[in-house]
Every structure is written in structure tokens, then in C-alpha cells.
Design a protein around this ligand. Structure first.
Ligand code: NDP
Length: 287
């Protein structure tokens, strides 16, 4: 029988988390600072908690998803004793370090803490293809795995350090944001040449399609600290970047993103990595 769960925070994500739990048949207690956001969920069968203390008392598992780590601390600090012996899953995006501090606070109170990182938009919450990464209390993950899978079909446990899930999250988000900036840059540059974004879009796959295999070989090289290049070495990349920047300038398009990339490449070359593949810029990034 689906276990009772309490959800604290009913914003775009928290509201969807509660909805997914209700859909999976979990007796679901909800709390939100602005109580009206619980109304629709209560109409769907959720139980309204008037206070945070009331919410955490209602279930063996509390899931918190609010604005940031500071808010998590503010709302949970007064109910540490009430959470003792229970599991706490924090799905609020935060730094790995603040997750570790939250885990240390939880340990002091005998709370089994899991840090989580939601890698999907609100529309995918509860779907089999959605992913939430977890790390921290192995027991909490094992005991509540069925419940966690109601939130996202993929719910891997990444180890006992509560900061690990968020470490993966910030690493993956750095790809996401740098990639989005690159994509906007591509559309801007095409637009400068009078090419509509929708004409370029079907061709993006020429680049995007290479990413999975590049990721595998780049990861292997980075772990081995070997970036021996053959064809596409940094000395070639800097020339390529120069003509893209020149074209951008000719259309008055902002070159911040490309200049940042070229800066890394050029500094890596100056440091002696001219014959390295692109992965070699990691030496410059670490510096
Ligand atoms: P929303 O802005 O929709 O919701 C924020 C929530 O935090 C609300 O429940 C809000 O309560 C609560 N809150 C804010 N300040 C306080 C406070 N001082 N005291 C108590 N409660 C407070 O955010 P999301 O749901 O989109 O995001 C929640 C978390 O999920 C964030 O960490 C975000 O980074 C992460 N996330 C979001 C994704 C997305 O696509 N939206 C995707 C993946 C992760 P109130 O209703 O009273 O304002």
C-alpha cells in the first residue's frame, strides 16, 4: 500500500510532486507558506497541514521543495525534533556544500537525509522518463524507493555523501546553460546572415549528434589526463573561433560567449597544449 508522504513547498515543482504522489495513491499531506496554493491539491484528495510541524508529524517521509537552501533551513530548523526518526528528502536546488551542512544538521537530529536533484521541468514530474538524482542516507533511499519512483521513474542513488546529487546537478546544468548560450549564439549568427532560426534548427543535429560520442572519448581522456590530438587540435580550434568571432562582429552580434571560449583555448595553447584536443582546455579551466 502506498506510504504516507508530506510535501513542503507547493511552487511549480512542489505542486507537481504532490500531484504525482496523489496520482500514485499516496496519502499526501501538503504545506505551503501561501496556503491558497494547496487548495487545488486538497480538492484532489491531499490533506492540508496548517503548520510545518503538523506536516512533518503526518508522515514518515517529508519532501521539501522550496526556493532555496536558506528557506529550507528557515522552515525546518524549528522542527528538527519532530523529524527525528523520519526521512527527509530535500529536492530544493542548492550547492553541494549546503546539502552537506543540511545532512549534518539532520544527522544531529536523527533524521535520515537525502539530497536530491530534479533534472526535469514541472511538466515531466511523475513521468517514467523523468530523472531525480539522490545521495545521502542509503537506508532512506532503499526504504522509500517506491515513493521516490512515483516522482520520477529514474531515481538513482549516487552514494552516502548528501552533496553528490547536487554536484552532478551543477555539473550537468553547466552543460545545459553553456549549451543553451551556444544555441542562442548560433541562431543570432544565422540571423545576422538573414537565415531564419527555423531554417538553421534542422541542421543543429550535425553538431548535437556528435555530443554523445565526444562525451565518451573526452571523459576517458580527462580521467587519464591525456589529450593527445591528431586532427582537431587546439591550434586549429583557435583559428576556427577567430573567423566565427569576425563574422559575429561584422553583424554587430555580441561575442562574449565565443570570446570566453577562445580565451580558454588561447591560454591553454600558451600553456603548451597547442597539440591537445579540445579536452585540453580543462587544464586552463582548473587553473
Ligand atoms: P517556485 O518559485 O514555483 O516555488 C517556490 C516555493 O518556495 C513556493 O512554495 C514558495 O512559497 C516557497 N518559498 C519561497 N520563499 C519562502 C519562504 N521565505 N518561506 C517559505 N516558503 C517559501 O519554484 P519552483 O517550484 O520552480 O522551484 C523549487 C525548487 O525546485 C528550486 O530550488 C528550483 O531551483 C528547483 N527546480 C525547479 C525546476 C523548474 O523547472 N521550475 C526544475 C528543477 C529544479 P509561496 O507559494 O508561499 O511563495
Amino acid at each position: 500500500r502506498p506510504a504516507p508522504v508530506s510535501v513542503l513547498g507547493l511552487g511549480a515543482m512542489g505542486g507537481q510532486l504532490a500531484r504525482a504522489l496523489l496520482a500514485a495513491g499516496h496519502p499526501t499531506t501538503v504545506w505551503n507558506r501561501t496556503p491558497a496554493k494547496a487548495d487545488a491539491l486538497v480538492a484532489q484528495g491531499a490533506r492540508r497541514a496548517r503548520t510545518v510541524a503538523d506536516a512533518v508529524a503526518a508522515s514518515p517521509l517529508a519532501i521539501v521543495c522550496v526556493l532555496n537552501g536558506e528557506v529550507v533551513h528557515r522552515i525546518l530548523e524549528p522542527v528538527g525534533a519532530a523529524l527525528s526518526g523520519k526521512a527527509l528528502v530535500n529536492l530544493t536546488s542548492d550547492t553541494p556544500e549546503r546539502n552537506r551542512r543540511a545532512a549534518a544538521w539532520a544527522a544531529e537530529h536523527g533524521i535520515a537525509y537525502l539530497g536530491g536533484a530534479m533534472l526535469m521541468p514541472p511538466t515531466l514530474v511523475g513521468r517514467p522518463e523523468a530523472t531525480i538524482l539522490y545521495s545521502g542516507s542509503r537506508r532512506a533511499h532503499a526504504e522509500h524507493e517506491a515513493t521516490l519512483k512515483a516522482l520520477a521513474g529514474r531515481a538513482p542513488y549516487l552514494g552516502p555523501d548528501a552533496g553528490t546529487a547536487t554536484a552532478y546537478d551543477v555539473a550537468l546544468l553547466s552543460l545545459y546553460y553553456a549549451g543553451l548560450a551556444g544555441m542562442v549564439n548560433a541562431f543570432a549568427l544565422a540571423g545576422g546572415e538573414g537565415i531564419p532560426a527555423q531554417d538553421l534548427a534542422p541542421h543543429l543535429d550535425v553538431i548535437l549528434g556528435q555530443f554523445p560520442s565526444v562525451a565518451v572519448s573526452m571523459a576517458r581522456d580527462i580521467d587519464a589526463g591525456r589529450y593527445s590530438g591528431e586532427a582537431d587540435v587546439l591550434a586549429i580550434h583557435t583559428a576556427g573561433l577567430a573567423h566565427i568571432i569576425e563574422t559575429s562582429r561584422s553583424h554587430g552580434i555580441n561575442t562574449d560567449v565565443l570570446r570566453a571560449v577562445k580565451g580558454l583555448v588561447d591560454r591553454a595553447i600558451a600553456a603548451g597544449y597547442g597539440d591537445a584536443e579540445f579536452a585540453g582546455v580543462i587544464e586552463e579551466m582548473r587553473a
